[in-house]
Design a protein around this ligand. Structure first.
Ligand code: NAD
Ligand code: ZN
Ligand code: ZN
Length: 388
């Protein structure tokens, strides 16, 4: 963005295009909206490109319950450039390249200061407000002057958005912006789960349920840790080809397991159970299968998938007594401000393989096609360019 365009909009509302979800399950509608200037501790950013993560698809279908809100601007995997900053904003200035991240890091609470988890206790318990600092207040208005809901503190399906600094990471402008977008959710989550949550060690056997961007990033993470056998589970055989490029050594198609449960097949393939399993789909039944695939005594299951109907998981109590562990994670246990720059650096040093994850590119006007592509399993990540 050039200096003149920055100074002409700073402190004023911006009128721009946004893709709005007005009703569950319906296509997004591109409308002109007003984006208010950032308040204290907020930054207004111009989105350069955004991609679609399965969580956007899940929320677009959510008809009711506290997490369903309309009208709403979805989108949370994106990269942008700072257009203007609110009061009390340190560390960001106009023109900075930034990643908005749904998961917060206030940098001040006990957990943010501890290496044990990424569960920022100051902000993480609240998924029901529009902005964590200001509750339900919105920075977006439609052409009738009505508020539009934000989405998980990012809302990237708009030319401009306003994000709290607890959700913003400054990154090196050297990384290609489309790759950077992937690091703002799915890919960072997968790699983080392998490194920070499971802490996979050399020679391990691993089962990954779901080979979308999240599952393939888990594969990259465990490959870099030296996993010996990486089993990919997916209904879509097209995912097996790219899976091989991500170090996946064996594949299980649940449709071809016959009478056997997936967990039985994996226990046979691993001589008693995988050391680690990761669920990257979002189905309670497969979370149970992932748990049952691991080795008694020491097996560990990490749940990354967001259950598509918020269903509970049922585990055999005796199976738990066998010493397996299971946990879930948001954003792969990563502290965004600390860990995303590390991932960017490793990508720039060519230590991180993210080839082939971007399968499609579309203009903003075509955003609904990106939903169809992902929901039908025909894309891994589709980049939506705001200026094309
Ligand atoms: P995706 O749609 O790209 O990938 C899902 C994969 O699962 C696809 O390859 C699909 O073919 C496969 N699949 C679907 N149903 C299956 C079944 N019954 N059996 C076997 N394979 C099946 O999704 P994604 O963007 O990679 O996201 C994966 C999950 O991770 C979603 O639930 C998403 O909401 C969640 N997610 C969680 C976090 C987090 O912080 N925990 C972050 C990002 C995404
Ligand atoms: Zn915190
Ligand atoms: Zn996501």
């Amino acid at each position: 963005m050039d200096k003149a365009s920055i100074s002409s909009t700073e402190g004023k509302p911006i009128r721009c295009k946004a893709a709005i979800l007005r009703k569950a399950g319906e296509p997004l509608v591109i409308e002109e909206i007003q984006v208010d200037p950032p308040q204290a501790y907020e930054v207004r950013i111009k989105i350069l490109c955004t991609s679609l993560c399965h969580t956007d698809v899940t929320f677009s279908k959510l008809e009711s319950g506290p997490l369903a809100r309309f009208p709403r601007i979805l989108g949370h995997e994106a990269v942008g450039v700072v257009e203007s900053i609110g009061e009390n904003v340190d560390g960001f200035k106009q023109g900075d390249v930034v990643l908005p991240v749904f998961h917060p890091q206030c940098e001040e609470c006990k957990e943010c200061k501890s290496p044990k988890s990424n569960w920022c206790t100051r902000y993480t318990n609240d998924f029901l407000s529009n902005t964590r600092r200001y509750g339900m207040t919105s920075r977006f208005k439609d052409s009738f002057g009505k508020d539009i809901h934000h989405f998980i503190f990012v809302s990237s399906f708009t030319e401009y958005t306003v994000v709290d600094i607890a959700h913003l990471v400054k990154i090196s402008p050297e990384i290609p912006v489309d790759i950077a977008a992937l690091l703002s959710c799915g890919v960072a989550t997968g790699i983080g789960a392998a490194w920070k949550v499971a802490d996979v060690e050399e020679g391990s056997t691993v089962a990954i349920f779901g080979l979308g961007a999240v599952g393939l990033a888990v594969a990259e993470g465990v490959r870099l840790r030296g996993a010996a056998k990486i089993i990919g589970v997916d209904l879509n055989p097209a995912k097996f080809e790219i899976g091989k490029r991500y170090g996946i050594t064996d594949f299980v198609n649940p449709a071809l397991c016959g009478e056997k449960k997936i967990s039985e097949v994996i226990r046979e393939m691993t001589g008693g159970g995988a050391d680690y399993s990761f669920e990257c789909i979002g189905l309670a039944s497969l979370m149970e299968e992932a748990f049952n695939s691991t080795r008694p005594g020491s097996g560990k299951t990490v749940i990354l998938g967001m259950e598509q109907k918020a269903l509970p998981v049922s585990l055999g109590s005796y199976d738990l007594l066998r010493g397996r562990t299971i946990c879930g994670t948001l954003f792969g246990g990563l502290k965004p401000k600390l860990d995303i720059p590390i991932l960017v650096d490793r990508y720039l040093k060519k230590e991180l393989n993210l080839d082939g994850l971007i399968t499609h590119e579309l203009s903003f006007e075509e955003i609904n096609k990106a939903f169809d592509l992902l929901a039908e399993g025909n894309s891994i990540r589709c980049i939506i360019w705001m200026d094309k």
